[in-house]
Design a protein around this ligand. Structure first.
Ligand code: FCB
Length: 478
């Protein structure tokens, strides 16, 4: 589904985004909230996983202390001129044991939404960004079918509590990571390494999404609700032109991209993907009617983009657990070029490729980039600033790729920087800084980086100058 192209480049080479383009920044609950000891919050799988030392010995116990500093953080967003803020709700803060509702947990999110709206900032709520109540993992986790219904119930609780004021919802963030990194590769919580369980988890995440869409439709009363899901598609590039590499790329594309797009947007699983998964799963968890539930019509689709996957076929199965169930003989290789500080290649053109592929192959609702950003070795300088020109260049390049996509007729409606704040970066603990705002984790002092001031100008101009420009701000947003 292509939108009419926009006339968006002026003679000086500056780029303008369509009017109404939604600019924002994103975070997730476990990565920033801390406050694990309030609201009767229950244990999440990430608490358990981090406590076992699987996140470089760090935990989210304090994170960026946002649970306590929420009002200050919203005021900072307002000073940075952010029109929208994508946050996630911590399921174990709202349903500590996965069922009973914590009134004070819900009150926190009510207060957050009120504070955002009072500052003219549009809330975009994510129901699930990976912090499953440990009690539900103990009952079987995402591989067990019952969890999909639990997730639907949780969505109804949130829809009732916030649906009068929150118009934009996304059900699940990056279900590929939740299923494959959590249950197959074991490098995310809950740290299981069972490929069959990961395949069932993928299906139940999708089914939970479909049930949550119905629950939100029933309860969200805000006008023109926008309900969707957030996926993380990757352009997949074979390392060489051998048949083995090409087939490895097909299989990675199947599990990274089509395993999610096809059920959600077409109501079926791709045959080749099911065949690839057959060696590790009898697929009996897929029941009649499930795909119709999963393919409920959506109003929006969120995409998170960081990089491409470059894929090689390896002779013989890898010894370490694979995030590609049924295909232990495929491996990702690093792309060439200067990576970000967590080793990810900088590949802005891949963002446009992702959008173009989706647009060419699927009927889709309006698109949003729900995450884009990079980790860099930021240092707070003696002048009290963080001069993260590398992040400015990164964001500038990715926004140009968004603009290329829009100019090519793709219906892209918004962009959210990952992330507002430096935070707990999952298995990397606090070693990777993705924020446009620096956080000193010892003092919890916030300092907008140069990128935050640059982004404020981009948002204000609804576009980019002809050349990647240094921030014009004077640091006054701190
Ligand atoms: C994405 C996650 C987000 C963050 C970024 C760097 O996959 O959704 O929480 O960790 O990567």
């Amino acid at each position: 589904m292509a939108a009419a192209p926009v006339n968006s480049t002026d003679r000086g080479g500056a780029l303008h985004f369509p009017s109404g383009f939604l600019w924002g920044a994103a975070t997730s609950a476990y990565q920033i909230e801390g406050g694990v000891d309030v609201d009767g919050r229950g244990e999440s799988i990430w608490d358990r996983f981090a406590a076992a030392g699987r996140a470089r010995g760090d935990t989210g116990d304090s994170a960026a202390d946002h649970r306590r500093r929420m009002a200050d953080d919203v005021a900072l967003m307002a000073r940075l001129g952010l029109p929208a803020y994508r946050f996630s709700v911590a399921w174990p803060r709202v349903q500590p044991d996965g069922t009973a509702v914590s009134a004070s947990g819900l009150d926190f999110y009510r207060a957050l939404v009120d504070e955002l709206l009072a500052h003219g900032i549009e809330p975009v709520a994510t129901l699930y960004h990976w912090d499953l109540p440990q009690a539900l993992e103990d009952a079987g986790g995402w591989p067990a079918r019952d969890i999909a219904a639990r997730f639907g119930d949780y969505a109804a609780v949130l829809g009732r509590a916030l649906g009068d004021r929150v118009r934009r919802w996304t059900t699940i963030n990056e279900p590929w990571c939740a299923a494959m990194l959590g249950y197959a590769a074991g490098i995310h919580a809950p740290g299981r390494t069972d490929p069959g369980a990961a395949v069932a988890a993928a299906h139940h995440l999708l089914l939970g999404h479909g049930l949550a869409v119905d629950a939100l439709r029933a309860h969200v009363r805000a006008e023109r609700p926008e309900i969707g899901i957030t996926l993380n598609p990757y352009p997949v590039v074979p390392a060489g032109d051998s048949d083995g590499d090409r087939d490895a790329a097909r299989r990675v594309d199947g599990i990274a991209n089509r395993l999610w797009y096809d059920p959600v947007l077409r109501g079926r699983y791709p045959d080749d993907v099911l065949a690839d998964l057959a060696p590790v799963s009898d697929l009996r968890h897929i029941r009649d009617g499930d795909l119709a539930q999963i393919a409920r019509p959506l109003d929006a689709l969120g995409l998170n983009y960081y990089r491409r996957h470059h894929v090689r076929h390896e002779t013989g199965a890898s010894a370490s657990p694979s995030p590609w169930p049924g295909s232990p003989d495929v491996a990702l290789i690093e792309a060439v070029g200067a990576p970000t500080s967590n080793g990810w290649a900088v590949e802005p053109a891949g963002l446009h490729e992702s959008l173009a592929r989706l647009d060419a192959d699927y009927d889709h609702p309006p698109l949003y980039i729900h995450e884009s950003g990079g980790a860099f070795p930021d240092q707070l300088q003696p002048d009290g600033r963080v001069h993260d020109g590398d992040r400015v260049a990164y964001l500038d390049a990715h926004l140009r790729a968004c603009h290329d996509a829009i100019a090519a007729g793709i219906d892209l409606r918004g962009f959210f920087v990952w992330s507002l704040l430096d935070n707990f970066e999952w298995a990397e603990g606090y070693s990777q800084r993705f924020g446009i705002v620096h956080v000193d984790f010892a003092t919890q002092q916030r300092t907008p980086k140069d990128s935050a001031l640059w982004y404020r100008d981009v948002v204000h101009a609804n576009g980019l100058g002809a050349d990647p420009s240094p921030p014009s701000g004077d640091g006054s947003a701190s």
